[in-house]
Design a protein around this ligand. Sequence first.
Ligand code: TYD
Length: 227
Amino acid sequence: MPDRSVSSTGSDSVTAPRGLFITFEGIDGSGKSTQAESSFRCLIEELGEGRLVRTFEPGGWAGGETIRSTILRGDLKSVFTETLLFLADRAEHVERVIGPGLTSGKLVLCERFSDSTLAYQVFGKGFPREILEEINARAGFPRPDITFWFDVPVAEAIGRIVARKGVPDRFEKDGALLERIRLGYETICSEEPERFIRLDGTAKLDHLNRTVVTKILGMLKESRGIS
Ligand code: TYD
């Protein structure tokens, strides 16, 4: 299990006026946490730790553990409760971690963000999309500059989860649900192909890592004119 603690360090090396918001998405068992960790390590080598923030949802802020454990305990009966808790968590996370990181010009790497809610709660469980979009807009949640979607077949994802944990938990055990969520990601990808980059999550870690880091460094160069 990679270290998923929020990592935000000094701002002295930051000179650029705006940051880059990078998110990692995929169904449970897609390997995105491992990918996010190795991309983060490579980017530290390239740019220095002071330029980076690594975070995650749900719960990636001081105090976020309470909402995270309430949601992930798995006994919520209404998709409305679940969705509104994810959104409450996000509002605090944006306010305290993501927003300040971007404003101070950092690269914010976040495991899961609004696309998770769209894929899991809307496409997976039928929460109304227009309500989600209204809240996203009213809350002023930032749109990721780029999102890496680690796409793996549902059967493979479930196999990985079982190998890792022994038994799948509530979010993970329902293959039909995961299939709807995967299709949800596919829909987002077809709606926003420039931002939402599909990667073959069954490819080798090194290859995926190189693809992600090269893309991020390319974007940085483009937006800031650095070499
Ligand atoms: P977590 O243990 O962090 O899993 P992962 O490593 O796959 O991210 O659990 C997060 C779970 O919450 C995961 O099943 C996806 C789900 N989730 C949603 O359903 N909606 C959301 O908006 C977010 C952020 C997560």
